[in-house]
Design a protein around this ligand. Sequence first.
Ligand code: ATP
Ligand code: MG
Length: 450
Amino acid sequence: MAKKIIVAGSVGLDQGMVNQDALHVISKLQQNGYSAYIVGGAVRDLLLGRQPKDFDIATSAHPEKIRRIFGRNSMIIGRRFKIVHVYFEHLDEARSLKYGRPHYERHIIEVSTFRSDKVHEHALSDEGRILVDNNYGTIDEDAFRRDFTVNALYYDHFAEVIIDYHGGINDISNRLIRVIGNPYERYLEDPVRILRAIRLSEKLGLTVDENTYINFRNVKNLLLNESKGRLFEEMLKIMVSGNAVNIVRELNELGLPRRVFALFDKLFFNGHNDEFALKILERSDLRIATGEDLSITFILGGLIWPAIYKSWQERLKESNHPRQALIDAIGQNRNLVFNSGITRNLYAAMREIWMLQVDFDLPNVAKLEHVVNNSRFRQGWHLYRLRHDFLQVDPQIFNWWNQFMESGDEEKTDLLVELVDIAPHEPKKRKKRRKSRRKKSVVNHQFSEQ
Ligand code: ATP
Ligand code: MG
């Protein structure tokens, strides 16, 4: 495909949507004699009229040079491929006003050096997958290394041009996701591109090109070789895409091998259709549509809740200690959590949301202040409300909480009095009686004497 240079204004790119920090980075790099462009998802989103979530920059400067230009405000991040983070700080006026002191928001611009398309043979696995990747190259080599034509557009704001190596502009106007090069080979190099194609097509309302799609089936099993961490990152991106319900549906239709997404296997794939978990995804999609923020902890906690609730109910048949039964139920589902790649920190936060459910189910005047001050209280409340929709909670207690959440301080006092009458009591755990060794031996001795 021939390289094309297109005037940015002629394809409807709204220059007002371009981030100022990104422009600062580009102009500094260009002043130092390097070429630098906004690249990837940002150009694609701008051309689709969407506000990009982040602005990545590709440049001819090597990481050490970039670092020299931006000094202490930058850092080299090593991964498979070295990139540089350039840091900016902005005064957040709304938060500053709220907290009565200046509050700064950090913004990161990711800068990467053009990659070479020459991957050394020793850097490939037997299946042709890229293992080591630190060769710098030219812009046209870099363009070939990218996954889809719509992700291989380079935008120079100051020259007001877009460079299009693989027909990405055309594909954007035809609303197509198309792999650059031979699809089969490109998936062998990196099978995660399958997941990316499905996610981006649903998120952006694009169609996956037929040739791009057909090859998914031949290579999807290779996803099993991916690290848990990378698959977990992909799963998070699906959850916050704003179109999670449809992406999950598409993945189910494609039929992923088991264990790629252990959590989705249990909830949505292989004939499963968990209504509660589906609701969690629907609500997240809705929140994105209305511009509200999302908590990964809440989403994951909500998705796993049905499994925990089921174990909890089973345990409650034999135990009259709801709190202990919930702790055990959570423990019982540890494998599901860790097989999904969830980190320990996230798990600890999710546990808080789950454990709060006992405090909602069995509100206790003495503990109330402690419960309300829990940093996960609001998220616990969201989960509790959803449980109410699924008939998992006592309606009378739910009404009480609803009033409590909406009332002022004075009414709250009345509600606390009322609570004493309506709340079921959480059975106290029997304290283990401590017997001193000496006494015990006396008892034994007495018995043995009898
Ligand atoms: P999102 O809107 O989710 O951020 P994105 O396309 O920007 O989508 P990123 O993960 O931010 O996705 O990647 C930035 C760019 O890097 C992509 O647009 C693409 O050009 C390139 N890229 C990312 N992942 C791959 C991959 N697996 N193979 C080839 N190129 C990739
Ligand atoms: Mg991006």
